[in-house]
Design a protein around this ligand. Structure first.
Ligand SMILES: [Zn+2]
Length: 254
């Protein structure tokens, strides 16, 4: 892995993170993520192009609107930095490849979904349904799960979670199902199932811990988006290794 490549990946991820911020702000309110151009929430002044550069812009204006001085939420540079780090990690794992590009896209969408679900308890269709179509289209590229594996990912992973939601509607909703169907399209059905398994495990452990600590009522639903995102990240980075361990264990006669 070259340093230049990793820095380029970081820059790409930070730009995607910047777009994720726009989606986080606008999609839950039913607004377009592309129009109008970004302006200050407080004074409505359009933001200068140089101040829109991810992370650099935030540092240039020292975290405040250049026009009215209103402080900019720390979440904006944090999501940009996380987007950059996820892309750099994906470049370290996959090198310059379609798998790198596709994993980066999936991880940044998962990041946006985590923040939106955490803030609004909703996962917007306008993120997951176009994402699902992109995931299926990317399966046509070399070095990726095949189109059949991607379609099976949508049906098997989304279908399994839909069954869970059907029988246990209090915990999760259709937004979670559509997110996992999308993740299945990107990951293929084997890694998609692994993502769902890890997400359920992490969600259960944290949910039970919160109940144990008295921080949450037994009936209170937990926000599942961030756990789905964690499961997805584990499947992206550790998926092949974990699945080969499992297959090896099966072959050993268990
Ligand atoms: Zn302002």
């Amino acid at each position: 892995m070259t340093l230049v490549g990793a820095l380029g990946a970081f820059a790409l991820g930070a730009c995607l993170g910047s777009f994720a911020n726009v989606c986080i702000d606008r999609l839950p309110r039913g607004l377009s993520p592309v129009r109008p151009r970004s302006s200050c929430e407080a004074c409505g002044h359009p933001i200068r192009p140089v101040h829109l550069i991810p992370l650099v812009g935030y540092l240039l204006v020292r975290g405040r609107c250049a026009s009215c001085g209103q402080s900019i939420p720390l979440r904006l540079p944090l999501v940009e930095a996380l987007g950059g780090l996820l892309a750099a990690a994906s470049f370290a794992a996959f090198g310059p490849s379609w798998e790198f590009l596709s994993s980066t896209l999936l991880l940044v969408v998962a990041l946006a979904v985590s923040v939106i679900d955490g803030k609004h308890q909703v996962i917007p269709d306008r993120l997951t349904l176009p994402g699902l179509a992109v995931g299926l289209a990317l399966s046509l590229l070399p070095g990726r799960p095949t189109p059949v594996e991607a379609l099976l990912g949508v049906v098997v992973v989304g279908g399994l979670l839909a069954l869970v939601v059907f029988f246990y509607p209090a915990g999760m909703g259709g937004g979670d199902v559509k997110f996992m169907a999308m993740a299945g399209a990107f990951l293929g059905w084997t890694k998609g199932l692994l993502a769902l398994f890890v997400a359920s495990l992490a969600g259960s452990v944290v949910g039970l811990a919160l109940i144990g600590l008295g921080r949450r009522g037994r009936k209170q639903p937990i926000v599942f988006g961030p756990f789905l995102a964690i499961g997805t990240a584990v499947a992206v980075f550790a998926g092949p290794k974990l699945l080969s361990l499992y297959v090896g264990w099966r072959w050993a006669g268990h």
